[in-house]
Design a protein around this ligand. Structure first.
Ligand SMILES: Cc1ncc(C[n+]2csc(CCO)c2C)c(N)n1
Length: 233
């Protein structure tokens, strides 16, 4: 019998997946010592990515063949556009974060946005599903591990809980099932191509999570600005 596609993909990308799950951003959260400026910078990059995720999911919705698929993906779009965006608005207000003070065009963030968008724009329905599975399965996995320990920052705790919620778990599982169901009809090169999409998304994620450690705010370059994050990393 043929291997289940998601199992093949996870097996073939074990190294890069484990590298992402073991990223210092995740390690810092699990140790309850994520530096505050790193979290705030990350949130600004995440807010920018949420916009991209809406576009990616829209490509999948447009290419989906059945109303069952479309209905599910529209649910994802609704949660992204409403629930997720509401979180960012609340977090930015609570922390006094001005997103315009941050450079979201740095290459690690821009590469993630452009790379993920290119997969959705240039690939077929399943390419997008494979990319969404990559990023959601990865977030669900590390968030479950992190939620076992103490997270003192209530906004960070809420962020992790967004990714351990039943709704998010159902989203990750739906993507896996979709991949497994349609994967049964694919030939070996096509399955290999989707596995490469998954690996590409993980590599882009690793660089994306490096970014909040690397880049000082725009204000840090001004006299009396915020200082260089490199000292904290
Ligand atoms: C950098 C980054 N990667 C993955 C997720 C997980 N995630 C939660 S909702 C959503 C869009 C719909 O699937 C995604 C990808 C994230 N938040 N940020």
């Amino acid at each position: 019998m043929r291997e289940i596609l998601s199992e093949q993909i996870l097996r073939q990308n074990r190294l890069v997946f484990d590298r992402m799950i073991g990223h210092r951003f995740v390690a810092h959260i699990r140790a309850d010592r994520l530096p505050q400026p790193v979290f705030e910078r990350y949130l600004v990059f995440e807010r920018a990515f949420a916009d991209t995720a809406i576009s990616i999911c829209s490509f999948a919705t447009a290419r989906a063949e059945t109303i069952v698929q479309k209905r599910w993906l529209i649910g994802v779009l609704d949660s992204l556009t409403n629930r997720k965006m509401a979180y960012f608005e609340k977090a930015f207000a609570a922390r006094g974060i001005d997103p315009d003070a941050y450079d979201t065009d740095i290459h690690e963030v821009g590469d993630f946005r452009d790379g993920m968008l290119a997969i959705a724009r240039d690939g077929g329905y399943l390419d997008t599903i494979a990319a969404m599975f990559a990023v959601d399965w990865m977030y669900w996995t590390w968030s479950k591990a992190a939620s076992v320990g103490t997270i003192s920052d209530p906004l960070l705790k809420e962020w992790v809980e967004l990714h351990t919620s039943d709704a998010f778990a159902a989203q990750a599982r739906w993507l896996k099932k979709e991949l497994d169901r349609l994967g049964e009809t694919l030939d070996a090169p096509e399955r290999q191509r989707l596995s490469a999409v998954f690996g590409k998304a993980q590599a882009l994620e690793i660089a994306f999570h490096d970014a909040p450690y690397l880049c000082p705010e725009k204000t840090a370059m001004l006299p009396g600005g915020g200082g260089d994050i490199r000292q904290l990393a």
